[in-house]
Design a protein around this ligand. Structure first.
Ligand code: NAG
Ligand code: NAG
Ligand code: NAG
Ligand code: NAG
Ligand code: NAG
Ligand code: NAG
Ligand code: NAG
Ligand code: NAG
Length: 841
C-alpha cells in the first residue's frame, strides 16, 4: 500500500516535471541567483511577449516592463517599478533571497519588490505566452513544486489581457484594479482607475479620482447591457464569468487564439480602449473606446433624467429640480417627481391603499440605472416587490440577471436607438390620469374622420368584389369540384384547380378514384416508386393533364372512419405555406387511402446532404435558406395555421426540395390522421424517428411544439455538418449532439461545418445556427426556444442568444435511424403515448 502510494506520488511528480519543462524553457524564465541587467530580455515561449527594461516615449528613464514581442509598435502591457524609475542603464532585476522579484538601480538600491506572501529560497520567474509573469516554487518537495507564488496578472497596471482574471465577490466592494499612466511618458498611476463593481450584477466602471466617469452597465452573462452592440460575447470569445476552483467568481476575457492580440487599456485620458493588432497592416485597430460622447459619461443628465442623443430629458412624471438652472444647461440638479408617491406622504390614511394603485411607466431601450438591488424572482413578483416597498422607485427584469429594483435616485440613464433594456418607473396614479385624458381627446378627434374614411373604403371594396364575382360566375362553365370516379374526361380538372391555388379558398379537396391513381402511377409499378416513408410507399405519378404528382399510399389503417379521414384531409389540405408540400388531392376507396402531393423533382434533403457526390450542390447559402424555410414552415404549423399541428416526425427525409432547392416540409398532419383513435388494440404507436425524438417524447410519450423544436435542432446540426446523426455513433460520441457540444465546449464550433462547403460559408451565420441548434436540443422542453423565437434568432443577429445548457440525454438514441411506426410491434416506451395535440380545433 505504502509503496503504491509513493509510486503514485513519484508519478505525479514526474508528470508535473514534464509539464513544467514543456511550458517553461530557458529563454522565457530565470531562477533565483540569476541577475539580469538592462538589455537582458526574457521572451515568452511562442514569442508573444518580451520582458525587460524600456523607456517610455519622450524620456530616458528606465522601467522594467512587459510588451508585445511581435508587434512593431512598442506596446507595454505591464510595468514593475512604475513609480521609481532607474535613471541610467545600470538597473537590474532578479529574484532575491526570499523569493521576491526585485528591481534595483546600479547602486543596488531596491526600487520595487513583488512582495510575495510566502518566503521561498529557490524559485523561478517564467513569462507565459499570454503575457503573465508567474513566479513558481522550485522546491524539491513535490507537493510545493511549481506552486504559483505570485503573478503579474493579479497585479496588473493599466492593461487587461485575455486570460486575466478579475475576481468578483458578489457582495463585495468595488475593485479598482487597473490604473492609467499619468501621461504617455510617465507610467506612474494617474487619475483614472478601471475595475469592477460587483454589486447587483457586475459591471465595469471607470473612476476619475473618487467619482465615477463611466460604467458598462450590468453584465447579463453575454453582454454588458449598457454597451448593447459592442461588447457582446460570442460563443468562444468575449467576457465571461468564470467559476474558480475555490468557489470564487472572476471576470475573464476569452479569445479563441492567444496569438490574436486583443487588449483593454485604461488610457491616460480616462478611456477604456479596446484594440486588436492587425498583423497585415501592422497597426492597432480600435474596436471601441469608452466613454464616447456626453450621454456615455456617467449621469450626464443628472438624477431621474435620461440622456438621448446628447440631449437631456426628465423622465415621464418628473420635472427639473431647479428649472432655471436646467434650462440654462446645468443638468447637475437633475429632476424630481411632479407628484410625490402617496405612500411617502405624511398622512397615514392614504398610505396603505395608495401604493397598490401606483403605476409604472415603461421606458424602453435604456441603460438601466446604477446601484440596483437584485432578487431572484419572476417578472410578476418583481413588480409586486417594487409596489410593496415604498422606497422602490423602479424595477426591471433582465434575462440573465432577473429582477432588479432601485431604492434611491435613478442615476445614469441613457436612451439607445436600439438594444438596452426596459425600465419600469413607478409613478403616482394621477400621472397616468393626466396622460390618458389628453390622449383620449386627441385620439377621439383623430378617430372620427378616420372611421368614416375606413367605412367608405370598405363599402367600395365590397361593391367591387361583388361585381367581379358576378362577372366571373357568368363566364364560368358550371363544374362539379369533386371528381367522382375514373371518368377520364373529367380528369383535367384537378390540374386547373391546382393552378388556381384552389385548396386554400376553402373549397373541397379533389378526391380521385383508385383506378385513376393506379393509371397515373402505372399500377403502382416499382419503377415509379420514389421511396418508402414511415406511413407507406410513395409513388411518382402523372395525371392525364401532365402534372406530376407524388402519391403516398398509406399502408396502415388510419384508425378513422372514411368520413372522419376525409374531414381530416380536407382540413390539412387547407394548410398552405410555401415551405409545406402542397396536397393536391386524395383517394379513399375501401381499404385504400392515398394522399396525392405535388411532385418535388429534387426529392428529399437527405439525398443531397448525406451523399458525398451531391452535397456540394448545397452550398452554405442554400443550406441557410433551407434552414430558414424549414423554420418558417414549422412556425406556420405550430402557430399560424388554423390547426396548430405538431409534426412529430421532422427529419431530413421529410424535407423535400423544389427545383430551386427551396425546402418543403412533408408528412405534416400525419400524427393527426393516425392519432385519432388511441384506444384501438393495435395502436401501440410512437410516431417519430429515434435520434430525432426529444427525450421527453421518446421516454414518456409527452410531446408539444417543443419536441418538434428538438427535432429541428438535430436537423439543423445535420445540415451544418452534412452528416447523419447516426453517423456519429461509431465514434466516441453518442450522437451528433454529443459531438456538437464537445466542439462548442472546446471553443471550436466551426469545426462542425461541413468541410465540403467551407468555402463561402458565412461564419457568423454558421455560428448562430450552431448556437441555436444547441439551444433547441436542450434536455428540458422549457429551456428550448419556441419556433417563433427560433425564426427570430435565425433572421436577425440583433437577438442575443442565451447560453445553451449541456445536453445529457444524447446517448439515448439507441436504435438505428429508421422510422418507428410499427403498429404491430410492441415498443417499450409506447404504451402511454398521448394523442397528438389538437389545440386550435
Ligand atoms: C531588449 O529589449 C530592448 C527594448 O526593446 C532592446 O533595445 C534590446 O536590444 C533588447 N535586448 C536584446 C538582447 O535583445
Ligand atoms: C553605470 O554604468 C556605467 C558604465 O556602463 C558607469 O560608467 C557608471 O558609473 C555606472 N553608474 C553607476 C551609478 O553605477
Ligand atoms: C511592497 O512592500 C513595500 C513595503 O511594505 C511597499 O512600500 C511597496 O509598495 C510594496 N510593493 C508592492 C508592489 O506592493
Ligand atoms: C534551485 O533548484 C534547482 C532545481 O530544482 C537547482 O538546479 C538550483 O541549483 C537551485 N538553485 C538554488 C539557488 O538553490
Ligand atoms: C508627464 O508628467 C510628468 C510629471 O508627472 C511631467 O514632468 C512631464 O512633463 C509629463 N510629460 C508630458 C509629455 O506631459
Ligand atoms: C452601436 O450603437 C450605437 C448607438 O448606441 C451606434 O451609433 C453604433 O453605430 C452601433 N454600432 C454597431 C456596430 O451597430
Ligand atoms: C493562432 O494564430 C496564429 C497567428 O495568426 C496562427 O499561426 C495559429 O495557427 C493560430 N492557432 C490556432 C490554434 O488557430
Ligand atoms: C396600514 O397597514 C398596517 C399593516 O399593514 C396596519 O398596521 C395599519 O393600521 C394600516 N393603517 C391604516 C391607516 O389603515
Amino acid at each position: 500500500m505504502v509503496t503504491c502510494m509513493s509510486v503514485f506520488f513519484w508519478f505525479v511528480f514526474l508528470l508535473s516535471l514534464s509539464c513544467y519543462s514543456s511550458f517553461c524553457l530557458a529563454a522565457d524564465r530565470f531562477t533565483s541567483g540569476e541577475i539580469l541587467r538592462d538589455g537582458d530580455n526574457i521572451t515568452s515561449k511562442g514569442g508573444n511577449f518580451v520582458m525587460g527594461f524600456f523607456s517610455p516615449m519622450g524620456t530616458s528613464k528606465r522601467y522594467l516592463g512587459i510588451w508585445y514581442g511581435d508587434v512593431a509598435v512598442k506596446t507595454v502591457v505591464w510595468v514593475a517599478n512604475r513609480e521609481k524609475p532607474v535613471h541610467d542603464k545600470n538597473g537590474t532585476y532578479s529574484i532575491d533571497k526570499i523569493g521576491n522579484l526585485v528591481v534595483k538601480n546600479g547602486h543596488g538600491n531596491l526600487l520595487w519588490s513583488s512582495n510575495v506572501s510566502v518566503e521561498t529560497r529557490n524559485s523561478t520567474a517564467c513569462l507565459n505566452d499570454d503575457g503573465n509573469l508567474v513566479m513558481l516554487n522550485n522546491d524539491r518537495d513535490a507537493t510545493r513544486l511549481n506552486r504559483v507564488l505570485w503573478e503579474s496578472f493579479l497585479n496588473p497596471t493599466d492593461t487587461f489581457l485575455p486570460g486575466m482574471r478579475v475576481f468578483i465577490e458578489t457582495q463585495g466592494e468595488e475593485r479598482r484594479v487597473f490604473s492609467s499612466w499619468r501621461n504617455e511618458s510617465d507610467p506612474s498611476p494617474g487619475r483614472y482607475r478601471m475595475g469592477v463593481d460587483p454589486r447587483g450584477a457586475p459591471q465595469i466602471v471607470i473612476w476619475n479620482g473618487q467619482d465615477r466617469r463611466w460604467r458598462s452597465g450590468y453584465f447579463d452573462g453575454v453582454e454588458f447591457t449598457g454597451v448593447p452592440n459592442v461588447t457582446r460575447s460570442t460563443f468562444f470569445s468575449g467576457f465571461k464569468i468564470n467559476n474558480e476552483d475555490d468557489g470564487r467568481l472572476s471576470f475573464i476575457y476569452a479569445v479563441s487564439n492567444i496569438s490574436s492580440f486583443v487588449r483593454f487599456q485604461i488610457t491616460v485620458t480616462g478611456n477604456e480602449l479596446q484594440q486588436r493588432w492587425n498583423k497585415d497592416k501592422r497597426q492597432w485597430n480600435t474596436l471601441q473606446s469608452r466613454p464616447v460622447g456626453g450621454c456615455d459619461l456617467y449621469n450626464f443628465c443628472g438624477n431621474f433624467a435620461k440622456c438621448d442623443k446628447e440631449e437631456c430629458f426628465c423622465l415621464e412624471g418628473f420635472e427639473p429640480r431647479v428649472p432655471q438652472q436646467w434650462h440654462a444647461g446645468n443638468r447637475k440638479g437633475g429632476c424630481v417627481r411632479k407628484t410625490e408617491l402617496q405612500c411617502r406622504s405624511n398622512s397615514n390614511v392614504a398610505r396603505n391603499d395608495s401604493a397598490k394603485s401606483d403605476g409604472f411607466w415603461a421606458l424602453q431601450n435604456v441603460k438601466l440605472p446604477d446601484y440596483a438591488d437584485i432578487a431572484n424572482v419572476n417578472i410578476e413578483e418583481c413588480k409586486t416587490k417594487c409596489l410593496n416597498a415604498c422606497s422602490c422607485n423602479a424595477y426591471a427584469f433582465v434575462r440573465g440577471i432577473n429582477c432588479m429594483t432601485w431604492r434611491d435616485e435613478l442615476v445614469d440613464i441613457e436612451h439607445f436607438e436600439e438594444g438596452g433594456n426596459t425600465l419600469y418607473v413607478r409613478l403616482d396614479p394621477s400621472e397616468f390620469g393626466k396622460k390618458t385624458r389628453t390622449i383620449k381627446i386627441v385620439v377621439i378627434s383623430a378617430l372620427v374622420p378616420l372611421a368614416i374614411a375606413v367605412m367608405v373604403a370598405v363599402w367600395l371594396v365590397c361593391r367591387y368584389r361583388a361585381r367581379k364575382r358576378e362577372s366571373k360566375r357568368t363566364n364560368e362553365i358550371p363544374k362539379n369540384h369533386v371528381v367522382k370516379s375514373g371518368e377520364f374526361s373529367e380528369l383535367s380538372e384537378p390540374c386547373d384547380l391546382n393552378a388556381e391555388g384552389h385548396q386554400g379558398n376553402g373549397s373541397e379537396l379533389p378526391f380521385f378514384s383508385f383506378s385513376m391513381v393506379a393509371t397515373a402511377t402505372d399500377d403502382f409499378s416499382l419503377a415509379n416508386k420514389l421511396g418508402q416513408g414511415g406511413f407507406g410507399p410513395v409513388y411518382k405519378g402523372r395525371l392525364p393533364c401532365g402534372q406530376e404528382v407524388a402519391v403516398k399510399r398509406l399502408s396502415q389503417k388510419s384508425g378513422q372512419g372514411d368520413e372522419q379521414f376525409k374531414n381530416e384531409i380536407t382540413l390539412i389540405a387547407k394548410l398552405q405555406h410555401r415551405n409545406l408540400v402542397r396536397l393536391v388531392g386524395c383517394c379513399v376507396e375501401g381499404e385504400e387511402k392515398m394522399l396525392i402531393y405535388e411532385y418535388m423533382p429534387n426529392k428529399s434533403l437527405d439525398t443531397f446532404l448525406f451523399v458525398t457526390a451531391r452535397k456540394t450542390q448545397l452550398n452554405w447559402r442554400k443550406r441557410f435558406n433551407i434552414i430558414e424555410g424549414i423554420a418558417r414552415g414549422l412556425l406556420y404549423l405550430h402557430r399560424d395555421s388554423r390547426l396548430r399541428i405538431i409534426h412529430r416526425d421532422l427529419k431530413a427525409s421529410n424535407i423535400l426540395l423544389d427545383e430551386e432547392m427551396n425546402p418543403k416540409i412533408s408528412d405534416f398532419g400525419m400524427a393527426r390522421i393516425f392519432g385519432g383513435n388511441q384506444n384501438e388494440a393495435n395502436t401501440n404507436r410512437v410516431v417519430g424517428t429515434y435520434g430525432y425524438m426529444a427525450p421527453e417524447y421518446a421516454m414518456e410519450g409527452l410531446f408539444s411544439g417543443k419536441s418538434d423544436v428538438y427535432s429541428f435542432g438535430i436537423l439543423l446540426l445535420e445540415i451544418i455538418c452534412g452528416r447523419r446523426n447516426t453517423g456519429f455513433r461509431t465514434e466516441e460520441h453518442s450522437g451528433i449532439i454529443g459531438y456538437a457540444w464537445e466542439k462548442w465546449h472546446e471553443g471550436s464550433p466551426l469545426d462542425l461545418v461541413d468541410r465540403s462547403i467551407w468555402d463561402g460559408c458565412q461564419q457568423d451565420e454558421a455560428l448562430r445556427c450552431i448556437h441555436l441548434a444547441l439551444l433547441c436540443v436542450q434536455d428540458f422542453a422549457v429551456h428550448r426556444p419556441n419556433m417563433s423565437s427560433v425564426v427570430l434568432m435565425l433572421e436577425t443577429d440583433k437577438v442575443r442568444l442565451p447560453l445553451p445548457r449541456q445536453p445529457t440525454y444524447t446517448s439515448m438514441s439507441r436504435s438505428v435511424d429508421e422510422d418507428v411506426w410499427h403498429g404491430n410491434q410492441d415498443l417499450p416506451s409506447s404504451n402511454n403515448v398521448t394523442v397528438s395535440v389538437l389545440i386550435g380545433r
